[in-house]
Design a binder for this molecule. Sequence first.
Ligand SMILES: CC(C)(COP(=O)(O)OP(=O)(O)OC[C@H]1O[C@@H](n2cnc3c(N)ncnc32)[C@H](O)[C@@H]1OP(=O)(O)O)[C@@H](O)C(=O)NCCC(=O)NCCS
Length: 282
Amino acid sequence: MEPYRPEHFAAVRAFARKLDNFFYLKLIIRAHAEGGLPGSCWVWREDGRIVAFSATAFLNKDDAWLWGMRVDPECQCHGVATAFTRAQFKLIRAAGRTWAGLNTLDSRKPKATFRVMEKLGFELEDIQCDDIYWRRPRGVVVPRPKPLPGITGRLIRLGLKTVFYDNDGWFNCRLLPARARWLNPFGRSIDGTPVAIMPRRTDSLSGKDHDMLSINVLERPDDLRAFVPRLLALVPKRGHIVVNYPSEWAKEFRSAARAAIPKLRRNHGCWQSTWRIYGKHL
Ligand SMILES: CC(C)(COP(=O)(O)OP(=O)(O)OC[C@H]1O[C@@H](n2cnc3c(N)ncnc32)[C@H](O)[C@@H]1OP(=O)(O)O)[C@@H](O)C(=O)NCCC(=O)NCCS
């Protein structure tokens, strides 16, 4: 493993373009190289040739996040991702972090990533939906979320292990009492339901200037059908919201969203996805 340098880009692109979401990899490189996101990008060589890319982000003083792993299809299933991730553990530990997390799209079918997680001894911490919405329901009064103290303790008592981060890199960090100082100021109540609302002005990954809210809804609202339209009314005029909630509510939540916004479908007002969040204590 060696640190990624700009002159490695052509070699990384040569294989990463054959895999999904090459744009995301470019965003990751930009986030660390230009955006100042703490952490680093790495490459992995086999017989002198660069065959894999990955990055480590430091979210806070305890937690690290692994993202952007790509292995050249010609070299897959030879233990590269497993060895590469282990090599990152060493650096994460050396940097004083005691937990490494990552997310991957959930699926009913087995996936190579799930197997790699198993081999490395990761635990499946949570399965959560991260839905993006950029259309608002008509005729719904915009709620005025009220400050809600002590949200960290409430969520810990519910047994939640991770929380969606106030960064647009699609990270989760551990939900520890030590997170209270960061998380508590985001605590709000909407119609009696506790949520954490994290506002951002600029999308630091894409560089676009627009309004964005990351909303963690982790305590179940009494009536999702009534709650979801109210939540969607918070979509900013020029911007979007990312709503993070437990996957068990997916069907009900998304059907309430469709009922509130006519013709809502993938890439037409929303982009809905469900993620497995894995974590490992180092
Ligand atoms: C996921 C990925 C990084 C794994 O890289 P890799 O170097 O092949 O991983 P390893 O060789 O260390 O381990 C792969 C394991 O998955 C298994 N595997 C491969 N395809 C599988 C599938 N469809 N279902 C279940 N297991 C699978 C392999 O048999 C191997 O397990 P084994 O050692 O017990 O035989 C690689 O497939 C990749 O780059 N995928 C595209 C990008 C991606 O999905 N990145 C992850 C983002 S979270």
